[in-house]
Ligand binder design. Structure first.
Ligand code: PLP
Length: 402
C-alpha cells in the first residue's frame, strides 16, 4: 500500500515518522545480503568476503562517529539504544562497584534507562531521580547538587522522546568534570540529525544511539565510550569477543551499514530537514492552538521541532485517540508507555495533572512528513476535539487558559 492510497491509509504523525527507512539506506543494506553482494562475516578475516564486510563495518563506524562528534575507535555496535543504555548503566555500575554505588538520573528518562536504574536499586545501589522544571528542562546545577563522593554515573538524555526538549548536556558534563569521578552517560537515541551532537567537545563519557530514529533500520544502535579518557564497561554479552570484547556476537553487517548510511545522510541533510520540519511543526501548533484550551508540553524554544506534544483540555484521552485513529497515526506517549495504557510519566513529571496528561497527543515529524499530512492532522484532531467537547458540554477553556 502506498501513501497515495489517501484516506484509506492514515496520515503518519507518529514517533515512527522518524523511523521510515530512507530508500538510500535500504539500497546500501541490500548490497550486504545476497550472494552477489558483500555478505561475508566481518569476523572472518581469512578471506576476501570477510575482509570486505569488515571494511564496510569500519566505514559505518566512521559515519556513526562523525554524526556523534566521536572517535570511530570508541563506537561499539549494539542491537539498539535499549541495549546501549543497559550496557552503559549495568556495565559502569558493575565495573566501578568498588568505587561507589550511587547513580543520578532524571524522572523523564526513557524506560531503557529508568528500568536498569530500578534493577540496580534492588541490588543495593542508590539512585537519585532529578525532576526537571515545568518546561521539561533540567538545570545542570541540580546535577551538581546531587553528586556525592560515591557517585559513579550520571545518566541524562539529550533529546526527550516524548516532548522533544533538549537538555544542556555540555553543562551537565561540566558538573561531572568538576566532581571528577562521575561519568556522564547520554541517551542520544533521538538526537542524530535533529541537533548537533559533540561527544568529544562536550566531554561526554558514554552515549547511546539508535539507527531507527534517524531513518535507519530498527534493531541496530551503538554505545560510544570515551576509551581514551579511561571509560570502559563490564561486558554483558560474552562469547566471540567482537567489538573490543565489550559486545560479543556476529556483527549484523547489513544493519550496521544501514546505520552508517543513515548517520551520513543525517550529517549531510539533517539541518535542511530540521529547517523544513520546523515550518511544519509551527503550522501544526498554530492550527491546533486555535482550538483554545491546548497546552504545549516542553519549552518549544528549547526543543527539536520533530516532536510536538499537546494536551487538550475538556476531552478524554482514550476517546480522542479512538476518534483520530482511523485517519491519523499519533500516540499518547512513548510506544512502550502507551502499551501499558497509563498516563505519561514524563508529562506527570512536568507537573501536568493526570487528566491533562491523559488527554495528550504526541505528534512526530520526520524527513518524509508532508505538508498535506500536517493539514490532515490539524483537521482530524480539530474535528475530534470540537465534537468531544460538545458531547462533554464544555468549551474546553474552563479556568486554566483564561
Ligand atoms: C527509541 C529510544 C530508545 C530505545 O531505542 P531502541 O533502538 O528502539 O532500542 C531509547 N531511548 C530513547 C530516548 C529513545 O527515543
Amino acid at each position: 500500500m502506498s501513501a497515495a492510497a489517501g484516506d484509506a491509509r492514515p496520515a503518519y504523525l507518529d514517533n515512527a515518522a522518524t523511523t521510515a527507512v530512507d530508500p538510500r539506506v535500504v539500497r546500501r543494506m541490500a548490497e550486504c545480503l545476497t550472494a552477489e553482494g558483500d555478505f561475508g562475516n566481518p569476523a572472518s578475516a581469512g578471506h576476501v568476503f570477510g575482509e570486505r564486510a569488515a571494511q564496510l563495518v569500519e566505514a559505518a563506524r566512521r559515519q556513526v562517529a562523525d554524526a556523534a562528534g566521536a572517535r570511530a575507535a570508541d563506537v561499539v555496535f549494539t542491537s539498539g539504544a535499549t541495549e546501549a543504555d543497559n550496557l552503559a548503566i549495568f556495565g559502569v555500575a558493575e565495573l566501578r562497584r568498588e568505587e561507589g554505588r550511587h547513580l543520578v538520573t532524571v524522572r523523564t528518562e526513557h524506560k531503557a534507562v529508568l528500568d536498569p536504574c530500578r534493577a540496580l536499586e534492588r541490588r543495593g545501589w542508590r539512585v537519585t531521580y532529578l525532576v526537571p522544571d515545568g518546561d521539561g528542562i533540567l538545570d545542570p546545577r541540580r546535577v551538581a547538587e546531587a553528586l556525592r563522593p560515591d557517585t559513579v554515573l550520571v545518566s541524562v538524555m539529550h533529546v526527550n522522546n516524548e516532548i522533544g526538549t533538549v537538555q544542556d548536556v555540555a553543562g551537565i558534563a561540566r558538573a561531572c568534570a568538576l566532581h571528577g569521578r562521575a561519568w556522564l552517560h547520554v541517551d542520544a537515541a533521538q538526537s542524530v540529525g535533529k541537533c548537533g551532537l559533540s561527544f568529544e567537545r562536550d566531554g561526554i563519557h558514554l552515549m547511546s544511539l539508535s539507527a531507527h530514529k534517524a531513518h535507519g533500520p530498527k534493531g541496530v544502535g551503538a554505545l560510544i565510550l570515551a576509551r581514551a579518557r579511561g571509560v570502559l564497561v563490564e561486558p554483558r554479552e560474552l562469547g566471540g569477543g567482537q567489538e573490543l570484547g565489550l559486545r560479543s556476537g556476529t556483527l549484523a553487517t547489513h544493519q550496521i551499514v544501514g546505520m552508517g548510511e543513515a548517520c551520513a545522510l543525517a550529517t549531510a541533510e539533517g539541518a535542511a530537514d530540521t529547517a523544513r520540519i520546523a515550518g511544519l511543526a509551527e503550522r501544526l501548533w498554530r492550527g491546533l492552538e486555535a482550538l483554545g484550551g491546548v497546552w504545549r508540553n516542553g519549552d518549544p524554544a528549547r526543543s527539536v521541532p520533530h516532536i510536538v506534544n499537546l494536551s487538550f483540555e475538556g476531552v478524554e484521552g482514550e476517546s480522542l485517540l479512538a476518534a483520530v485513529r482511523p485517519h491519523l497515526a499519533v500516540s499518547t506517549g512513548s510506544a512502550c508507555a502507551s502499551a501499558i495504557g497509563e498516563p505519561s510519566y514524563v508529562l506527570r513529571a512536568l507537573g501536568r495533572s493526570e487528566r491533562l496528561a491523559e488527554s495528550s497527543l504526541r505528534f512526530s515529524l520526520g524527513r518524509f512528513t508532508t505538508r498535506e499530512e500536517v493539514e490532515r492532522g490539524i483537521a482530524v484532531v480539530s474535528a475530534a476535539v470540537i465534537r468531544l467537547r460538545r458531547i462533554a458540554g464544555t468549551s474546553g477553556c474552563a479556568g486554566a487558559c483564561a
